[in-house]
Design a protein around this ligand. Structure first.
Ligand SMILES: Nc1ncnc2c1ncn2[C@@H]1O[C@H](COP(=O)(O)OP(=O)(O)O)[C@@H](O)[C@H]1O
Ligand SMILES: [Mg+2]
Length: 298
């Protein structure tokens, strides 16, 4: 056990402790601090400890600028200067039983970790599809790099299957980004993140730019895919009410720290931190009324 620290951890309930007791970790962050080395330095993430469990959807909520994307990059070893990991540990607990020290990975081991084990849907991703290359070529590129043994027909079939999974007609494989709606482009980015069947997907504001109807369709599909494939998701958004609907647990981040971490039910029914309550009150619900009444005894 580590020595007690002077900082207090995030608020959590007894129900939360019972909930996590039976779960298996897939990604653990311990006391992670990340700084942007600019003048003056920005301490974007401070002493964050988090455990993502197999197959769970962990929501990460907080206002713009609180450090969500920086933390996501840290978890996936994607930090670039001026960002540096000041301290902390990130461990990936592979399905085969081995633990990977994510912070010390390099070379081939790092390439094999990223995308294969943990993939990411970047903030604004739908605008990052290459405009001059077809959807197929971009999906195929992931397979060419990470699955060199697949034949060309196998790659084509896998890319078609991936589009089907995210609700895009495979006839769109030969389309270019500008021929697709925003929702379809975002679905393609999710397909790309799923291409290698990662154990974890980190999704940074994946639906923020989309209208509510499209957003709901994508979220529904994501829930079904999670059921089917069992990957875990870190779902990042400033929209806490949305997270209440899709997450198993929610971490609330403020000014670089996680201030509250609990089951979605607890956050909905009895948020402890004043800041969480403020976030809950500041959005109209996407769905209108909803409740956790049904199924709560399972
Ligand atoms: N390249 C950078 N250089 C300096 N500061 C940065 C850089 N990128 C982000 N920041 C700062 O780090 C903090 C956290 O940013 P970010 O992780 O993007 O927040 P969020 O994703 O929650 O909106 C903010 O104060 C932001 O201004
Ligand atoms: Mg962000």
């Amino acid at each position: 056990m580590s020595a007690p620290t002077t900082t207090t951890g995030p608020l959590s309930s007894a129900a939360h402790a019972r909930h996590v007791a039976g779960l298996t970790p897939v990604l653990t962050a311990r006391d992670v601090s990340i700084e942007y080395e600019v003048s003056p330095p920005v301490r974007a993430v401070q002493d964050v400890s988090l455990t993502l469990h197999r197959g769970e959807i962990l929501g990460l909520a907080g206002e713009s600028g609180c450090g969500k994307s920086t933390l996501a990059y840290g978890l996936n070893r994607l930090l670039k200067p001026p960002a540096i990991l000041r301290s902390g540990e990130v461990t990936f607990h592979d399905a085969d039983g081995t633990d990977l020290d994510v912070v010390s990975l390099d070379g081939d081991a790092l390439r094999a970790f990223r995308w294969d084990k943990v993939s990411m849907v970047f903030q604004g991703a739908m605008n990052s599809l290459n405009p001059v290359i077809s959807v197929y070529a971009q999906l195929e590129d992931v397979l060419l790099t990470h699955r060199p043994n697949l034949t060309k027909p196998e790659r084509r079939e896998r890319c078609a299957e991936l589009l089907r999974l995210v609700g895009v007609d495979p006839s769109r494989l030969d389309a270019y980004a500008h021929e697709l709606s925003g929702g379809m482009r975002q679905r393609v980015m999710i397909a790309m993140a799923m291409a290698l069947e990662p154990q974890v997907m980190i999704m940074d504001e994946p639906t923020t730019a989309l209208d509510v109807v499209v957003q709901r369709g994508i979220l529904r599909e994501l829930m079904l895919l999670r059921e089917k494939f069992g990957f875990a998701v870190v779902f990042i958004t400033h929209d806490l009410p949305l997270l209440l609907e899709i997450s198993d647990r929610i971490a609330v981040m403020r000014a670089g720290r996680i201030v509250e971490l609990d089951t979605a039910e607890q956050i909905y029914a009895a948020a402890q931190h004043e800041y969480t309550q403020k976030l809950l009150g500041s959005f109209p619900s996407l769905l209108g009324d909803f409740s956790y009444d049904d199924g709560a005894t399972a």
